[in-house]
Design a protein around this ligand. Structure first.
Ligand code: SPV
Ligand code: MN
Length: 635
C-alpha cells in the first residue's frame, strides 16, 4: 500500500512520525486509513501516535498517563489512581450516562422501541460530529488495535480505537487483548468495530472533562462504530466495553449467536474431580464480580461474553475481555477475600474515584479505619464535606472501581485464552430482590430459563446515574445495552437453545432476600452454596423439589453444602423461610412482568405461555393450601 495523500500531509506537518505511519501502512487496510484520516481531520489533535502490540508501545501509554496526570502513582508497585469528572453528587461522570447514550436509527425506521434510547441517525450524527469538531485540540490521539475475545478464535471480533485519553488506552491494555498483529490477518477487510473517543477540553487543575453537558455516546449500528465524547468514566469512554457490547448484540442477533452481559467461571466441587463452567448475568452492583471470584473457584471473565453453538453442538463461551473493571465498594477481606488480596498486593491496578491519603487508597466498605481527609473524586476531601447542593460527599464514590488483569490472579482459569472457549453448562440470572424470589431456583427447561432471565427484577444501584433503590425489570441484565427489540433478542435466545444438543441449565439466584426486620437473610459468601448446588444439579447428583416457578433444593443437600463449603450450620427454619414459595409476591411480580412486556409487540408466544402457566399454577397452589407462603415441605 502506498502512502495516502492525507498521511503525506500529516507527515509533513509533523502530526505523525515516519515510524508510526509505517506501522499503519504495514496493516495494508484502506478502511483503517480512511477512518483515521476522517477523524483526525474532524477532531484536530496535535499529534497521532500509533500503538502496536510491542511492550515498548504499551509502556509508552503507561508512562504518559502518569506524565499528563490522568493517573498518579500510589504506594504499591503498579498501583495508580484515576479520577473521573465531578460537579455534584447528581451531576458527574462517575457512572454510565444512559440519557446521552443513543442508538442511531435509519430514517426509514418508524418503529418505537420502548426500552431503547433511539435517535434519528442523520440528526444524531450531525449533532455529535459538530460537538467533536476540534474536540482533540492540543491533545495526542492514540490509535489502538484490540481483539475482543481470544486471539486466533472464531469467536473474536477486532476493534480499532482512537482516543485522546491515556487513561482510556491504559485501561484497555489491562482489559483487552492486543490486536495490532491480528489486524494484519484481516487482509484489508472492514470486518471490525471501531470507536472514537475524546475527553473534550480538560479542567486546568485535574485532567477531567470540563464540560459534561456535551457528553454524548452515539451508537451507529449501520457503520459498526460508536462515537463517544466529553467523558472519561470507563463505562462511557472505553469503546471495547459497553459500547462494543451493544454492537456485539446487534451482530449476534443477526448471526444466531449470543453477546451477553455475562461473567464466566469454573466451578470446582470438592471431592469431585471435575470443572463445570457457568456463566451469569446480574445487573450492576448485584454481586456479579464477587460470584466470578468466589473462593476456591476460577474466573474466566466478569462482565461480557460471546456464546456460540460450537462444532460439538454444545454451547461454548469466551470472555471478550481479559481484565476486570470491578466495583470496589464493599470489597473487604471477609466478604471478597480473593479480590481484596489482589487489590492490596503489588500488580498493575488502576483505582478510580476512591479516597487517597498518603498514597494509600481507601473505599467504602473496605473494612479498615479511614482517615478523615485526603483527595477523592470531588477534589480535596474531608469528613462531612458537602457538594454545591448541600449533599454530603462520601469518602469514595459508591461506583468507584478497580481495573486489573485476570491472568495475574491466582484464581485465573487456565482456559481464559482458549480459542475454543469453554463449554457452558450453567447460566445464572439474578437481581437485587428483597422479598420475592428464593436464593436459588432451577428453571424447568431452556425456554423457562429464558423467561427467568427475561424477568429479572432488581432495585437500582449507583452504577448508573439516577435514583437508587427503585425496582426495575432487567432482562438478562442487558436492557441498558439492547439495540434490537426485546422480543427479537428473546427469540434469538429461544432459537439458540433449541439448536444445542443439551442447552445449559438455567438458575435464578437472589442474594438479597430480606427478613421481616429488613435484614439480609444470607451472608455474602452463602452464594458459594447456591452455585455449588447448581453444579450438583447439572451432574444429576442431587434431587430437587418441583414448584410452579422451577426446582428448589432439598434441605439436607443445602445443609451438607453449608457444612462443606462454609463450615456453617444451616438451620431448617432458615431453609423453610428462604425457600418458601411466596405466591402473592410472585404473582404480583408476574403481573409487573406482563405490564412491562405488553409495551412491545414483538414478544414471542412462548414468553406469554410460560407467564400464564406460572401464574395459574401459583394461584391454584394458593387456593389449594389456603395460604400465600407455601413451604418446601408442602410439595
Ligand atoms: C456495569 O455497570 O455493568 C459495569 C461497569 O460493568 S460499566 O463499565 O460502567 O458498564
Ligand atoms: Mn457490566
Amino acid at each position: 500500500m502506498g502512502i495516502p495523500n492525507k498521511f503525506k500531509i500529516y507527515l509533513q506537518k509533523g502530526l505523525i512520525t515516519k515510524l508510526d505511519l509505517e506501522k499503519l501502512i504495514e496493516l495494508d487496510n484502506n478502511y483503517v486509513m480512511t477512518i483515521i484520516s476522517n477523524f483526525i481531520d474532524l477532531c484536530k489533535p496535535n499529534k497521532i501516535t500509533v500503538i502496536s502490540d510491542s511492550k515498548e508501545d504499551i509502556d509508552y501509554v503507561r508512562q504518559k498517563t502518569i506524565q499528563v496526570g490522568e493517573e498518579s502513582k500510589l504506594n504499591l508497585e503498579g498501583h495508580t489512581i484515576h479520577y473521573d469528572g465531578f460537579e455534584t453528587m447528581s451531576d458527574h461522570d462517575q457512572a454510565r450516562d444512559k440519557e446521552h447514550t443513543q442508538v442511531l436509527l435509519p430514517i426509514e425506521d418508524k418503529n418505537t422501541y420502548p426500552w431503547i434510547n433511539t435517535m434519528n441517525r442523520k440528526e444524531g450524527l450531525d449533532e455529535i460530529l459538530e460537538i467533536m469538531d476540534g474536540c482533540m485540540k492540543g491533545h495526542e490521539c492514540l490509535v489502538r488495535f484490540f481483539c475482543l475475545g481470544p486471539k486466533r478464535s472464531k469467536f473474536s471480533i477486532l476493534a480499532l480505537q482512537l482516543t485522546d485519553s491515556f487513561y482510556v488506552a491504559h485501561s484497555e491494555d489491562l482489559l483487552y487483548r492486543e490486536g495490532y498483529e491480528e489486524f494484519k490477518t484481516l487482509n484489508g477487510s472492514n470486518n471490525f468495530f471501531y470507536f472514537i473517543h475524546s475527553t473534550g477540553p480538560l479542567k486546568d487543575n485535574i485532567p477531567v472533562t470540563k464540560d459534561l453537558t456535551k457528553r454524548r455516546i452515539y451508537i451507529d449500528l449501520e457503520e459498526g462504530r460508536v462515537l463517544s465524547c466529553y467523558n472519561t468514566y470507563a463505562g462511557n469512554s472505553l469503546g471495547l466495553k459497553k459500547l462494543a457490547l451493544r454492537l456485539g448484540i446487534f451482530k449476534a442477533n443477526n448471526e444466531d449467536w449470543l453477546t451477553e452481559h455475562y461473567f464466566i467461571m469454573g466451578l470446582h466441587p470438592k471431592e469431585k474431580n471435575r470443572t463445570t463452567y457457568a456463566a451469569g448475568a446480574f445487573p450492576s452492583a448485584c454481586g456479579k464480580t464477587s460470584t466470578a471470584m468466589l473462593p476456591g473457584q476460577t474466573i474466566v471473565g466478569d462482565d461480557i461474553a460471546y456464546l456460540r453453538i460450537w462444532d460439538d453442538k454444545f454451547c461454548h463461551g469466551v470472555n471478550i475481555e481479559r481484565g476486570i473493571f470491578g466495583i470496589i465498594k464493599d470489597v473487604n477481606i471477609k466478604d471478597d477475600p480473593e479480590i481484596f488480596k489482589a487489590l492490596t498486593s503489588p500488580r498493575e491496578v488502576i483505582f478510580s474515584n476512591v479516597l487517597v491519603n498518603d498514597e494509600v487508597p481507601y473505599w467504602l466498605g473496605d473494612g479498615r479505619e479511614h482517615p478523615d481527609d485526603g483527595f477523592n473524586f470531588s477534589g480535596k476531601w474531608h469528613e462531612g464535606i458537602r457538594d454545591k447542593n448541600g449533599i454530603e460527599i462520601p469518602l469514595a464514590h459508591p461506583n468507584a472501581r478497580y481495573t486489573m488483569k485476570i491472568n495475574e490472579l491466582s484464581n485465573a482459569d487456565k482456559m481464559l485464552n482458549d480459542p475454543n472457549g469453554v463449554a457452558i453448562n450453567i447460566i445464572f440470572y439474578g437481581g437485587r430482590d428483597s422479598d420475592t424470589m428464593p436464593p436459588i431456583l432451577e428453571s424447568i427447561d431452556w425456554k423457562e430459563g429464558v423467561f427467568s432471565g427475561a424477568s429479572i427484577e432488581s432495585e437500582t444501584t449507583s452504577a448508573t446515574i439516577g435514583k437508587e433503590g427503585v425496582r426495575k425489570m432487567q432482562p438478562m441484565a442487558n436492557l441498558d445495552f439492547l439495540v434490537v427489540p426485546l422480543g427479537t433478542y428473546l427469540k434469538n435466545h429461544e432459537k439458540f437453545g433449541a439448536s444445542l444438543i443439551s442447552p445449559p441449565k438455567v438458575f435464578a439466584t437472589n442474594y438479597f432476600l430480606k427478613n421481616k426486620e429488613g435484614k439480609y437473610h444470607n451472608g455474602i459468601l452463602d452464594k458459594l452454596v447456591w452455585v455449588m448446588w447448581a453444579e450438583l444439579r447439572v451432574h444429576d447428583d442431587v434431587d430437587a423439589i418441583k414448584t410452579p416457578i422451577g426446582y428448589i433444593p432439598i434441605y439436607s443437600d443445602l445443609k451438607e453444602l453449608f457444612k462443606i463449603y462454609l463450615n456453617k450450620h444451616y438451620s431448617e427454619a432458615d431453609y423453610l423461610e428462604q425457600f418458601s414459595i411466596r405466591t402473592e409476591n410472585l404473582v404480583q411480580k408476574l403481573n409487573r412482568v406482563e405490564n412491562m412486556y405488553k409495551e412491545e409487540r414483538w414478544i414471542p408466544p412462548f414468553f406469554w405461555d410460560i407467564l400464564n402457566k406460572q401464574r395459574n399454577e401459583l394461584l391454584t397452589l394458593q387456593k389449594h393450601h389456603n395460604k400465600i407462603n407455601i413451604l418446601p415441605t408442602d410439595f
